[in-house]
Design a protein around this ligand. Structure first.
Ligand code: BTN
Length: 329
C-alpha cells in the first residue's frame, strides 16, 4: 500500500537508524536498496526537507545527526504486535486529507491497522463538512479499521478514542485535558483535538471504519488563522513544551487498541471507561445548546449514559436523551 517512493524512503531511514552514529556510504545504500546513487541522493535531500540532518563527507558517506519527530514507520515505536494497529504507516509530507486518502487506500485493500499520516493537510476534513486547519506541527492521522462490529455501537469508536487520547495527552503534558461531548478535547476552554470517524456498514454490521484524529501539538498561536484562534489552542501553547508526536501516537495506539478489542469482541467497551470520561468531562453540569439532526436542545447536561447518550434537562424539567449531535459554543 506504500508507494515505491515511500517504501524506499522508509528503507533508507531504517538503514541510517541501524547504523547509529556510523556513516553510511551512498554505495552501501544503493546496494542495500537496489536503486542508483542518484536516487539515494534525491531521497536524502527530501529527508533533509523533513528535518533530518546529515553530516556528509566525500568517500565516507552520510552520518545521521538529527532525527525529526515525524510520523514515519521506522521512527514510530512498534506497538503493532500487541494491538494490530500502526502497520503499515503511510506517511506523506503533504496530503489533502488523511481521512480521504485512508478511505481510498482501504477500498484498495489496505489492511486493518494501517495508519495514514501527514505533516500537513491542504483540505483537512472536520465534522459537519467543516475544514480542519492542519498546519505542520500538528499530529494529523487516520486509522483504518477492518474488524466487524455492530453498527449500533459505532458511536463508541469516537468516544473510546477521546478517552484514550485524553489519557495519553495528559500523561505526556500534565495538562488538564477535558472531553467535550461527544469527542472533542479541550484545554482551558479551547479545542486541542478533534476526531472524525467515517464508517462503511452493511446492514447491521460496520465493515470498515476510518478514524481520523487531529491534534494541535506543536503549533505556535500566531500560526492559527483568526477564526480558528478564537476557539482553538495547541499543546505547545498551553504547556510551553514541545510534544513528542511519535511517542504520543504510539502510546495512543497502544491504549486505543486495547479498548477496541472489547468492541470487536462484542463486549461493552465504552462502559469500561465511562467513569473516566465523566471524571474529565467538559460538558457535564454545564448549560448547553446541543445541535442534533433535528433540532437544537437547550438545558443542563446532567448525565452521560453508559452507552454514550447525553442527558439534557430542559428548563421545564424534561429530560432529553441525545444519541448524536454537537454541543454548540
Ligand atoms: C472535528 O471537526 O472536530 C474533527 C476534526 C478531525 C480532523 C482530522 S485531522 C486528520 C484526519 N484527516 C482529516 O481530513 N480529518 C481528520
Amino acid at each position: 500500500m506504500k508507494t515505491d517512493t515511500q517504501a524506499l524512503r522508509d528503507q533508507i531511514v531504517g538503514e541510517f537508524l541501524q547504523a547509529g552514529d556510523q556513516p553510511v556510504s551512498g554505495t552501501r545504500l544503493s546496494e542495500r536498496t537496489g536503486v542508483t546513487r542518484t536516487a539515494i541522493w534525491k531521497h536524502i535531500r527530501q529527508l533533509e526537507e523533513l528535518g533530518f540532518t546529515f553530516d556528509s563527507a566525500p568517500k565516507i558517506g552520510h552520518r545521521l545527526m538529527h532525527t525529526p519527530d515525524v510520523l514515519m514507520e521506522p521512527l514510530l515505536p512498534n506497538v503493532f504486535e500487541h494491538t494490530g494497529l500502526g502497520h503499515p504507516v503511510i506517511f506523506s509530507p503533504e496530503v489533502d486529507s488523511t481521512n480521504r486518502l485512508a478511505s481510498e487506500l482501504a477500498s484498495q485493500g489496505a489492511p486493518h491497522g494501517t495508519l495514514v499520516a501527514a505533516q500537513e493537510q491542504t483540505s483537512g476534513r472536520g465534522r459537519r463538512g467543516r475544514v480542519w486547519f492542519s498546519h505542520p506541527g500538528g499530529a494529523w492521522f487516520s486509522l483504518i479499521l477492518k474488524r466487524q462490529f455492530a453498527l449500533s455501537r459505532a458511536f463508541e469508536l469516537t468516544l473510546l478514542a477521546s478517552v484514550a487520547l485524553r489519557r495519553v495527552i495528559s500523561e505526556l503534558t500534565n495538562l488538564d485535558v477535558r472531553i467535550k461531548w461527544p469527542n472533542d478535547l479541550f484545554v482551558n476552554n479551547r479545542k486541542v483535538c478533534g476526531i472524525l470517524a467515517e464508517i462503511r456498514s452493511d446492514g447491521e454490521q460496520v465493515q470498515q471504519a476510518v478514524v481520523g484524529i487531529g491534534i494541535n501539538c506543536n503549533i505556535p498561536m500566531d500560526a492559527f488563522p483568526e477564526e480558528v484562534l478564537q476557539v482553538a489552542t495547541s499543546l505547545l501553547a498551553e504547556s510551553g513544551q514541545v510534544v513528542n508526536r511519535t511517542q504520543l501516537v504510539a502510546r495512543f495506539l497502544a491504549v486505543y487498541g486495547e479498548m477496541l478489542e472489547f468492541l470487536f469482541r462484542g463486549e461493552p467497551a465504552f462502559e469500561r471507561v465511562h467513569e473516566e470520561w465523566c471524571a474529565h468531562s467538559h460538558t457535564l453540569g454545564r448549560e448547553v445548546r446541543v445541535q442534533t439532526n433535528r433540532e437544537v436542545v437547550e438545558g443542563r447536561a446532567i448525565e452521560l449514559d453508559k452507552d454514550g447518550t447525553l442527558v439534557v434537562q430542559t428548563q421545564t424539567g424534561a429530560k432529553i436523551y441525545i444519541h448524536s449531535g454537537e454541543v454548540l459554543f
